[in-house]
Design a protein. Sequence first.
Length: 277
Amino acid sequence: MTRRILSAILLLILCGVSWGQSGIWIEVRGEADLASYALPAAAQKALENARRAAVEQVCGVNLQTSSLTQEFILKGDMVSAASYGKVVKEEILEWKTLTVQKEAADIPSIILQVRMKALVEREAGQSDPAFKVKLDLNRSIYQSGEEMIIKARATQDCYLTVLNVTSQNEVIVLFPNKIHSNNFIKAGEDFVFPSGKDNALGIHLNVSVPPGEKECSEIIWVIASKDSIDFAGEIEIEGDYGFLPTLKTALETLNRWLVNIPLDRRTEAKSLYRVVG
């Protein structure tokens, strides 16, 4: 399955702004062309565009996105801004389709549009260029059943959180976990999960494709913070790991957590991998 970064036409109409108890509520629209996306992916893309619009309207330009797409399926739509803000809550107001035809001879395009309210919180601080985290996987393509090994290294002492955005649009908190509650790592030292000691305890990360599918793509996302900030109280626990059942839940929960960490106190890295049956 080919990895691609896809783009859709974005139409942003600012309809209203109001202050919440924390942050700003803003009403925005986002669109995606149904000629370029299957319906579920078009819906995710339209939401991504609306979230981007909300952050940009509240916090200004210099918006950065880390959207990773795979065969028209959006994986891990986490919108961020360079010093600026995050969507921490959203309410869908309306879905509708529009027919767009610029010229009489043109083939009409069918656009999926979402209208939503988003609560945007501003982020504090400026990114620290000396604080970086490097992420490596033992492979980029796995056979179903093979074991993944995650390696990370940070330039400064920090606390590491490792997330897995699955092909089923769930987010699993791999580290810290029930076995490893201490997620502190030292600058320049390799973090390995699962390690040989983990294997001895029966901890393995064996990847697989969902039933009925031949292959899939997923994401490992690491967040390094200079301070110990636990968000485990906001997530479900399934077995040894934390669990966020949908991308919307993950977006709101993780962004509420991240927005409380100043930009100079954190850094992130993502890696897309593929699993074949």
